[in-house]
Design a protein around this ligand. Structure first.
Ligand code: FAD
Length: 375
């Protein structure tokens, strides 16, 4: 019998399994699809500190940033410590960016000449803030390699793909395992790492988590012969959109190159359920915003587009920790547009909890029962 059953083989479930195995726990990971078949397979892979307001999410991001760097030194997945550049179209916006950077207290450089960082940016910008700690991973590869590295290094990790969790096993009000499409699995604890479906999995255990899908589209360009874009580049509107509660369509220019040569263009946010219908309105807006920022992209072809569903929580914070309403149940979900960046810290903190250690960050702001009063 495993010590821990992790529901979900996305990047968060994979990081949780990795750190739990490192702590000496025996882990079974269960996913109804393949590894990274959920939102992890739709993410851009940014590991950002630049877009976080000071507070618990930034603390989590800083811890995660360190952990990604350390993992990248030990495990082979694409990791680029390239830095992020937030650009301003007006002096007033630049002032706001500078104020935010000072409040965040993270490493940053203010510049009035963004061409030094990105020679192909439009000359219409008045400046920007560069964040050297921002980085990028290939999220699907990272999830897969975290799982294989955990198995090879620590043993005790079993992966069961194509297996759907359909219910929970309990005794005396405590979780003792899960019911699945392939039979019951008993375990000492269950971690709900089901991302955007974390609310549905919680419901199977009879507890409430208000996680909703927040759709985002990405445009992928043909591979470029030479890298035209060196960093992650985005406009200040992105920070506002990330923090917004609106269900309506919001877009902002987010542009970056990848190791494979393609440029990824985002970002859109809207709450329209799990609708995958391509939206030409959104795709056009993203393309127009990206070419306004980088005129050189006008001559580059888009080869495909895709969308995914960010796991949105009403207060924009993930749900991490033991569920006081159901002993034996833990959650690691609801990371919205930052789950890739925040995965290692989430996994490490849960592994600490599961092995009876004191978590190295206060989990109070992320507690699973914090929405009870809202119902
Ligand atoms: C367009 C877009 C761009 C993004 N860009 C970034 C970015 O640059 N940086 C960043 O940090 N984040 C980004 N994100 C967000 C990020 O992708 C997510 O926060 C993250 O992938 C969530 O990972 P996860 O492991 O929690 O969930 P998922 O990857 O969705 O994994 C959950 C897994 O649970 C499984 N599951 C669900 N229900 C069950 C069940 N009943 N039984 C068994 N298995 C089940 C699913 O099959 C799935 O594989 C982006 C998201 C989108 C949509």
């Amino acid at each position: 019998m495993p010590d821990v059953i992790v529901v979900g083989a996305g990047v968060v479930g994979a990081a949780t399994a990795y750190y739990a195995a490192e702590a000496g726990l025996d882990v079974t990971v269960v996913d109804r699809g393949p590894v990274a078949g959920g939102t992890t397979g739709a993410g851009e892979g940014n590991v950002l500190v630049s877009d976080k307001e000071p507070g618990p999410e930034l603390d989590l991001a800083l811890l995660s940033n360190e952990l990604w760097r350390s993992l990248a030194g030990r495990i082979d997945f694409e990791f680029e410590a390239k830095g992020g550049l937030v650009v301003a179209e007006t002096p007033a916006i630049l002032e706001q960016l500078v104020e935010l950077a000072a409040k965040q207290g993270v490493e940053h450089e203010v510049t009035r000449d963004v061409s030094g960082y990105e020679p192909h940016l439009t000359p219409d910008l008045v400046g920007g803030v560069f964040y050297p700690q921002d980085a990028q991973v290939q999220p699907m590869l990272a999830a897969a390699r975290l799982l294989s590295a955990a198995r090879e290094r620590f043993g005790g990790v079993r992966l069961r793909t194509g297996v759907t969790v359909t219910g929970f096993l309990t005794r005396d009000g405590a979780v003792t395992g899960v019911r699945t499409s392939a039979g019951d699995i008993l375990g000492g604890a269950v971690v709900n790492a089901a991302g955007t479906w974390g609310g549905s999995v919680a419901e199977l255990a009879g507890v409430h988590l208000p996680i909703l899908p927040r759709r985002g589209f990405i445009l992928v360009t043909e591979p470029l012969r030479e890298p035209l874009i060196r960093h992650k580049v985005y406009t200040a509107a992105y920070v506002t959109n990330v923090a917004s509660d609106s269900a309506e369509l919001e877009t902002s220019a987010v542009v970056e190159g990848t190791a494979a040569g393609s440029v990824l263009i985002g970002a859109s946010r809207e709450r329209v359920g799990f609708d995958r219908t391509p939206s030409t309105t959104v795709l056009r807006r993203l393309a127009a915003q990206a070419t306004a920022l980088f005129p050189v992209l006008r001559d580059v072809r888009v080869i495909r587009t895709y969308c995914g569903f960010r796991p949105y929580c009403p207060d924009h914070l993930p749900v991490i920790g033991a569920d006081p309403r159901m002993p034996g149940l833990y959650h690691a979900c609801g990371h919205e547009g930052a789950g890739i960046g925040l995965a290692p810290a989430t996994g490490r903190l849960l592994a600490q909890l599961l092995s009876g250690e004191r978590p190295s960050l206060d989990l109070g702001p992320f507690r699973p029962d914090r929405f009870e009063g809202d119902r």
